[in-house]
Design a protein around this ligand. Structure first.
Ligand code: MN
Ligand code: MN
Length: 328
């Protein structure tokens, strides 16, 4: 246990949870150039950008509303008993720089921001932003000699090739690019919840030909969350893993605030069960993306998004704590 008081959330009996300047989970704000940053294990960051969105924008507003709703999180996981803020040193490292009107510049800025964290051995847990933001994060943290595995929750494969005649970079293409660039190992990748109409009957072929394990929603409901999670563990194996959660993998009754909703998804509880079954994996980075507050002014989708971040944080922190104990 790190049990380092400098990296604890503000207690709710010191400052009520509705008060104060919101940071992720009421953690201290530690920008990357702060001297405390070198001691951080897990950095919670925002990427307020939706320039990769092909249809309904708004995810640029995700991190701010997610920070606000994240003040609802507490200290102890109610099922696993994990206490992430004791197991690992966590901090809100702020938002990555972005350029709201230039895609290439934004990809470069996000990569540089996350690379600076990675150089200090900080694992990123990111609130998007649209799903294209996962690509520069992977560029910053992936070791091409040992590409990432991935557990990917989404209604969409995000392995399309081009859009509008030539655009290579949209929120529908990050994992095609990541595989082409050698960042992501398709044979250690599982996509859970895929559904919705296609543009062309051949849209599914590329990913399957690469060896991605695609669990369409019909198979998901045939197997159930526990067996699908077991399949995920089997697929990603022992190596470094990235967890990417697009909130549109959930049924839109649970997460209406997103740009590309598809009906017939899994529930929030089922998503929690699947995430909890990933305990012990070597999760080197993760994100929750596509929360789009303009489509859900109630804030429910942002609450769902940050609660999934909390579930993932508990997984990451438990592993960090275990590795530290093993090393000492
Ligand atoms: Mn996606
Ligand atoms: Mn999606």
């Amino acid at each position: 246990m790190s049990d380092d008081a400098a990296f604890r959330p503000i207690p709710g009996d010191v400052l009520p949870r509705f008060a104060g300047v919101p940071t992720f989970m009421r953690l201290p704000h530690v920008p990357p150039d702060d001297p405390r940053a070198e001691r951080v294990d897990i950095g919670l960051i925002g990427v307020p950008w939706d320039g990769g969105t092909t249809n309904r924008p708004g995810a640029r507003h995700g991190p701010r509303q997610m920070r606000d709703l994240s003040t609802m999180m507490r200290n102890v996981h109610h099922v696993t008993g994990v206490q992430p803020f004791r197991a690992a040193r966590c901090a809100d490292m702020g938002d990555s720089p972005v350029n709201p009107i230039q895609l290439d510049d934004t990809l470069a800025r996000v990569e540089a921001f996350v690379a600076a964290l990675h150089a200090q051995a900080i694992k990123p847990l990111t609130a998007g932003g649209d799903h294209l933001i996962t690509l520069p994060v992977m560029r910053a943290i992936a070791d091409r000699a040992r590409p990432l595995g991935m557990v990917h929750f989404d209604a969409h494969t995000d392995t399309w090739d081009r859009y509008f005649g030539g655009a290579q970079y949209t929120h529908g293409t990050p994992f095609r690019r990541a595989i082409e660039e050698g960042l992501l190992d398709p044979k250690r990748t599982i996509q859970i919840g895929i559904r919705g109409g296609l543009y062309n009957a051949t849209d599914k072929e590329w990913g399957l030909a690469q060896g991605i394990r695609v669990v369409e929603i019909e198979e998901y409901f045939d197997l159930g969350p526990d067996r699908v999670a077991a399949l995920a563990r089997e697929t990603v194996g022992e190596g470094p893993v990235y967890v990417s959660f697009d909130v549109d993998g959930l049924d839109p009754v649970y997460a209406p605030g997103t740009g590309t909703p598809e009906i017939g998804g899994y529930s929030t509880h089922e998503a929690q069960r699947m995430l909890r079954a990933l305990r012990g994996l070597d999760i080197v980075g993760a994100d929750v993306v596509e929360v789009s507050p303009p489509f859900d002014p109630s804030g429910t989708t942002a609450l769902v998004g940050v609660t999934l971040m909390w579930e993932i944080l508990c997984l990451m922190a438990e592993r960090v704590g275990r590795d530290r104990e093993g090393a000492s």
